[in-house]
Design a protein around this ligand. Structure first.
Ligand SMILES: Nc1ncnc2c1ncn2[C@@H]1O[C@H](COP(=O)(O)OP(=O)(O)O)[C@@H](O)[C@H]1O
Ligand SMILES: O=P(O)(O)OC[C@H](O)CO
Length: 494
């Protein structure tokens, strides 16, 4: 009898396949990095064929690692980097342009125009988002306007749009399912989060034909079956969710006020606001936390574009380190108040600043600044940005996030997690299963097929691996953070 759930976690820098058992424990996994394409200043693309091939090969690898085959898998859950935009030909399944990645800023000027024309209020009211190149809507328009023939083909219904979940689903089902889930839809700028439907006014304004858009389903639902040729047998696809929403599930943040923060390429802090679509006064996003049985649980989210990507830049860009984990010992050997600040606005600043034109800087360098200080400043920047978000959430007033559940590749670094607890002045809990995003997708698939019975049962499966308590005195905390605020103010474009 099939007992395992296979999850696909298609992230910004790598594709992962993880097989979980009915207790939510990892049985097998495989991961493959893929190429980042930077065609212009502030542009970021992926080759959709590489997204597909790495997804497929990691799934096969994860099965092969434990000698499993399709009959051992009861369902598949898909979770994905969000907002990244792909448009493909429905006949051939071939993309008409590279995937435009969430970090891409090419539509910044167009967004500015939309803001000047008073579009942002409409967007905020309907979608909970802001007008920023981050989201899919303006990326879709860019492809339709810049790829020869695309707009007329889209109007004739020959093309399909999808975020990465939808594209993978299309390929897995050999074109049988053109669907997404409410969390991914909520990041497109086209989806009304109150009505839970694509919004005609938004589509008209962004010139996106309705024929392009997928059907929107709950996170746990019947998304179709994989084509038999892919794994030898059909497998039910029973869940889809954007990666940050899946992490909220994987971290069992089911109660109003619970908050998680995920440190992968970027950092995304999400706070469960229950049935209320709380509107932030501090430029945080209102989003669909998850949708189950037609019922929406909302969240507010702070999105930081560069977290682990700063470490990658230290490794691959300026080559100060060879491996990401070296940052831990380098930071340990460096005093905290070294006076150097890195503002990693490589692709602008996200929440709460939303400044797509800002670019990064390293400030406060002196003759004795060395690799340790620069590396430490890179790690600290991620924690300072989290404090920006926490303060924004507190000032929005609904809840006081005193405990933060963290996950993602960066939290393997103990120094980062302790500095985070110190600078926030809050407890930071790291769970036993740190593949929280994939775990969330497995829980969602398991809820659909009955492996998991309820959110309460899932809550009981969450266990803390280590709890980091704040130990820094308030004076140092304030001094360090004031320096950050000053550094950010110097690189803002407006
Ligand atoms: N020990 C470490 N210290 C600091 N950063 C790390 C460490 N290990 C991994 N990272 C960073 O974590 C990121 C990978 O996290 P992951 O959750 O896999 O990201 P994504 O899902 O966005 O691809 C990379 O950017 C990497 O630089
Ligand atoms: O790939 P990650 O984990 O950095 O997540 C990307 C986010 O979903 C972008 O919104």
């Amino acid at each position: 009898m099939s007992t395992y759930i296979l999850t696909i976690d298609q992230g910004t820098t790598s594709s992962r396949a993880i097989i979980f058992n009915e207790k939510g424990l990892v049985i097998s996994s495989a991961q493959k990095e893929f190429k980042q394409i930077y065609p212009n200043n502030g542009w970021v693309e992926h080759d959709p064929e590489e997204i597909w091939s790495t997804t497929l090969s990691t799934c096969h690898q994860a099965l092969a690692n434990k000698g499993l085959n399709a009959t051992d898998i009861s369902a598949i859950g898909i979770t994905n980097q969000r907002e990244t935009t792909i448009i493909w030909d429905k006949q051939t399944g071939k993309p008409i342009y590279n995937a435009i990645v969430w970090q891409d800023r090419r539509t910044a000027d167009y967004c500015q125009e939309l803001i000047q024309n008073g579009f942002e209020d409409i967007v905020m009211n309907k979608t909970g988002l802001l007008v920023d190149p981050y989201f899919s809507g303006t990326k879709i328009k860019w492809i339709l306007d810049n790829v020869a023939g695309a707009r007329s083909r889209a109007e004739k219904g020959e093309l399909a749009f999808g975020t990465v979940d939808t594209f993978l689903l299309w390929r897995l089902t050999a074109g049988q399912s053109h669907m997404t889930d409410a969390t991914n839809a909520s990041r497109t700028l086209l989806f009304n989060i109150h009505d839970q439907a694509w919004d005609q006014e938004l589509m008209d304004r962004l010139e996106v034909p309705a024929q392009l858009l997928p059907e929107v389903k709950d996170c746990s639902a019947n998304f179709g079956k994989t084509n038999k040729d892919i794994f030898g047998e059909e497998i039910l696809i029973a869940a889809m969710a954007g990666d940050q929403h899946a992490a909220l599930i994987g971290q069992a943040c089911f109660e109003k006020g619970m908050v998680k923060s995920t440190y992968g390429t970027g950092c995304f802090m999400m706070l469960n606001t229950g049935e209320e679509a709380l509107r932030s006064e501090n430029r945080l996003l209102t989003t669909v936390g998850y949708r189950l049985n037609g019922k929406v649980t909302y969240a507010i989210e702070g999105s930081i574009f560069v977290a682990g990507a700063a470490v990658q830049w230290l490794r691959d860009g300026i080559q100060l380190i060879k491996h990401a984990h070296e940052t831990e010992s380098l930071a340990e050997q460096t005093p905290l108040n070294h006076g150097v600040y890195m503002v990693p606005a490589f692709t602008g600043l996200g929440a709460p600043y939303w400044d797509p034109q800002a670019r990064g800087a390293i400030l406060g360098i002196t003759r004795d600044t060395g690799i340790g200080e620069i590396v430490s400043a890179g790690l600290q920047s991620v924690c300072y940005q989290t404090k920006d978000l926490k303060r924004a959430m507190e000032s929005d007033g609904a809840v006081r996030p005193d405990t933060l559940r963290v996950d993602g590749g960066m939290v393997a670094n103990n120094w980062v997690v302790q500095f985070l607890a110190d600078i926030l002045g809050a407890t930071v809990d790291r769970p036993v299963v740190q593949e929280t995003t994939a775990l969330g997708a497995a829980y969602l698939a398991g809820l659909y097929i009955g492996t998991f019975k309820s959110l309460e049962q899932i809550s009981q499966l969450w266990h803390c691996e280590q709890s980091f308590k704040p130990t820094m005195d308030k004076k140092l905390q304030d001094e360090l953070y004031d320096g950050w605020i000053d550094a950010v103010s110097r690189i803002r474009s407006k």
